[in-house]
Design a protein around this ligand. Structure first.
Ligand code: PMV
Length: 350
């Protein structure tokens, strides 16, 4: 398919059992298995890629902005270059690539744009180079570049098995159940801040595992929770799923706080949301919603479709009604036949 444009869409994911801390920092082998929900098109990346010998250099354009591919300190540039290098090596080609991508949400809003961006790029690049890889194999590639992105290669509820091997060949994502199994489960997203974080996720993983004493007990606890979470999902046991989700979010943020010097990703508004959900669950007599926070202050609240309005009404006054989004479960990346963000004759963005 070289010299042809391949276009696809992919989406972000939200972890209920978090990936925090790496056993191998170079190729992102995690300290524990994790589990997430793939989100729908609410947080979507659409990417077109063209590999051609006629291109004299690689280029990357996201939401109309051309990135400087020499700026490897930029996370997006870094994962793009690494995916291209890896894929070209596998395909045995030196062809340069033109990549044009659109996120339908702010790239820097702390909403795992790197997960949807790198999963989608790995997906379209693998197809453009005819690598004939299964989604599990693409998940390994995507994992090496941006850990949590590997879970975005499947829809519904997705597990990332930590694996045992040193080369990471068994550290891959697998679908637990698809998006039709328990479609009532949704994610209410409250954007607390769109500011760039003080400590990058990559630095945070490293700093926590090196300096937190509390972290030493986390992999075992997370692994146990992972098993219980898979069971709860298969049984559609919302209460158990909700409790484990909240405990696991609390747990990674405790290890961040226990790092030395400490890292704070949640802020006062995040904590206000934790209390609001806790009070709501108490007044309902059982958990009907579960908060979870990644490496940032934004809240993601896992609930059931029937409670959607209640949760939106609870979160909106705290963050502002234009800062609340709702996502159902997504189905994983897809190729978009007949669609392209690239003008193949001019070899430039449309
Ligand atoms: O994949 P990374 O390196 O951006 O790390 C993601 C870490 C968390 O979002 C905090 C947890 C997770 O499992 O997604």
């Amino acid at each position: 398919m070289q010299n042809d444009v391949v276009t696809g869409i992919g989406t972000s994911n939200i972890a209920l059992i978090k990936y925090w801390g790496k056993r191998n920092e170079d190729i992102n082998i995690p300290a524990n298995s994790s589990l997430s929900i793939t989100l729908d098109d609410t947080l979507q990346t659409k990417t077109s890629i063209l590999f051609s010998d006629k291109l004299i250099r690689d280029s990357l354009i996201i939401n109309g902005e051309e990135y400087n591919l020499k700026d490897t300190k930029n996370e997006v540039v870094d994962y793009t270059i690494r995916i291209l290098q890896e894929m070209r090596r596998m395909a045995g080609t030196n062809s340069k690539a033109l990549i044009v991508s659109h996120n339908n949400f702010p790239t820097a809003a702390g909403l795992a744009s790197s997960a949807s961006g790198s999963a989608t790029l790995a997906f379209v690049a693998a197809h453009a180079l005819d690598l004939n890889l299964s989604p599990k194999e693409i998940s390994i590639l995507s994992r090496k570049i941006s850990g949590s992105s590997c879970r975005s290669l499947f829809g519904g509820f997705v597990a990332w098995h930590k694996g045992e091997k040193e080369d990471g060949s068994d550290s891959l994502a697998e679908q637990v159940v698809d998006e039709h199994y328990w479609p009532e489960v949704i994610d209410v997203i409250g954007i607390v801040s769109e500011k760039k974080k003080r400590v990058s996720t990559r630095a945070g993983h490293k700093h926590t595992i090196r300096t937190s004493e509390l972290f030493k007990i986390r992999p075992e606890i997370a692994e146990r929770r992972f098993g219980k979470m898979v069971e709860a999902i298969k049984k559609k046991d919302f209460e158990t799923m909700a409790e484990i989700t909240m405990r696991d979010s609390n747990s990674i943020h405790a290890t961040m706080l226990d790092s030395y010097p400490p890292i704070f990703y949640m802020n006062d508004t995040s904590r206000e949301i934790v209390y609001a959900i806790t009070d709501l669950n108490e007044s309902e007599g059982k958990p009907i919603a579960a908060y979870t926070f990644d490496a940032g202050p934004n809240a993601q609240i896992i609930t059931l479709e029937k409670h959607r309005q209640k949760i939106v009404d609870l979160v909106a006054p705290i963050v502002g009604s234009d800062k609340v989004m709702v996502s159902k479960q997504g189905s994983g990346p897809k190729l978009l036949k007949g669609e392209s963000l690239i003008d193949v004759v001019k070899m430039e963005p449309k």
